[in-house]
Design a protein around this ligand. Structure first.
Ligand code: SF4
Ligand code: SF4
Length: 343
């Protein structure tokens, strides 16, 4: 065990470094803070912003330091991300353009997909439960637009050979690039006289007060996978999302069955390859919902010491370019055959 980086003790066993062990609060679990085991439905607690302080703040701060300021590529991406969020939104036009939810939705999606950093787009009706606790002072906005953009698989997958810098550039750079698409959409809405703001997912950004994965699932962007991330039926698991909150009248998409759960039930690749053993083979109860959950207390030290890690994204079979559509089709056929046999 080193001072800055810990030691792998065997498959799925990792001992954090001296520094990380010292920063980990005694007796305080990030899993408890996240609501693991809570049977009552409740909103997520903020990770690094808001009135409530995360018990693992020092470890999370070290993680953010190493993944942003500690790496030149991601430091530049983080600064661009924060600058764009603060100054990149244009003034809202004084006059509201008239239109129907149908016409606005069609035009918004067409515009979104023209942007170089948007590959998929979906819309959900915004829900109170997606706001972090403590953010009750935010104006109600009825719609959330979610976009997705794939990361470069070859660059990401270098983490499986121990090159975490290349993967980090994909993850943090991916946040920034995806955010540029979201802010573009927000500005398109603002030109039409409606409120909109684009968010890119960097949790260090203070204004990021909502979850991204639950609305993305609701908007048909992806399904939650065993590795705690989403899988999409064209982009696989190696993609990032950004969001736009708006009051422009829109139409909601619906969640889509892509066969992800069916596949994850019989696959253990990410679980086997996760160095600290943070991925469970069973769904768990988290704030009143049974779902795939990654052990925070095991994942965070490893991520903090390995530039964001992301091995569970690159090792997922769905992430290999061109594989996701056929895997999804195969799973959907299997599910449909089983349903026929039952009926
Ligand atoms: S990022 Fe994924 S593979 Fe890495 S430690 Fe966390 S759960 Fe495991
Ligand atoms: S590696 Fe397998 S189990 Fe893990 S998320 Fe991907 S498909 Fe699911």
């Amino acid at each position: 065990m080193g001072f800055f980086v810990g030691k792998e003790l065997g498959p799925n066993r990792y001992k954090p470094s001296v520094l990380t062990s010292w920063l980990i609060p005694k007796g305080a679990s990030g899993n408890t803070y996240n609501g693991l085991g809570d049977t009552k439905v409740s909103r997520a607690r903020p990770q690094m912003h808001g009135p409530e302080k995360h018990p693992w703040t020092k470890v999370v701060a070290m993680f953010l330091f190493r993944t942003t300021i500690g790496s030149p590529v991601s430091a530049v991406a983080s600064i661009k991300h924060m600058w764009r969020e603060k100054f990149g939104h244009i003034d809202i036009a004084a006059q509201r353009q008239q239109g129907t939810p149908e016409s606005f939705t069609a035009a918004l999606k067409e515009e979104a997909l023209k942007h170089a950093e948007v590959e998929i787009v979906g819309i959900a009706r915004m829900r109170e439960e997606w706001r972090f606790q403590g953010h009750d002072d935010i104006a109600d906005l009825p719609w959330i637009v979610v976009t997705g953009r794939s990361m470069d698989y070859e660059a990401l997958a270098k983490n499986m050979q121990g090159d975490f810098s290349s993967a980090l550039a994909q993850v943090i750079g991916g946040y920034e690039k995806t955010q540029s698409g979201a802010v573009h959409i927000a500005n398109w809405i603002r030109e039409r006289g409606y409120y909109a703001k684009g968010y890119g997912g960097l949790s260090s950004t203070k204004g990021e007060w909502h979850l991204a994965i639950p609305p993305a699932i609701e908007a048909g962007i992806g399904q939650l996978a065993k590795n705690g991330s989403m899988i999409n039926d064209s982009l696989g698991s190696a993609f990032r999302v950004a969001t736009v909150l708006t009051d422009m009248p829109l139409l909601a998409d619906a969640p889509r069955e892509m066969g992800v759960d069916e596949f994850c039930m019989s696959c253990q690749k990410c679980q086997t390859d996760c160095p600290p053993g943070a991925i469970s083979n069973e769904k768990q109860m988290v704030r009143g919902v049974e779902k795939w959950y990654v052990d925070f207390d095991k994942c965070m030290p490893y991520m903090a010491e390995h530039k964001g890690c992301a091995i569970c994204l690159s090792t997922c079979p769905w992430s290999r370019p061109g594989i996701a559509p056929s895997l999804s089709q195969k799973m959907l056929k299997k599910m449909s055959r089983r349903a026929e046999n039952i009926s």
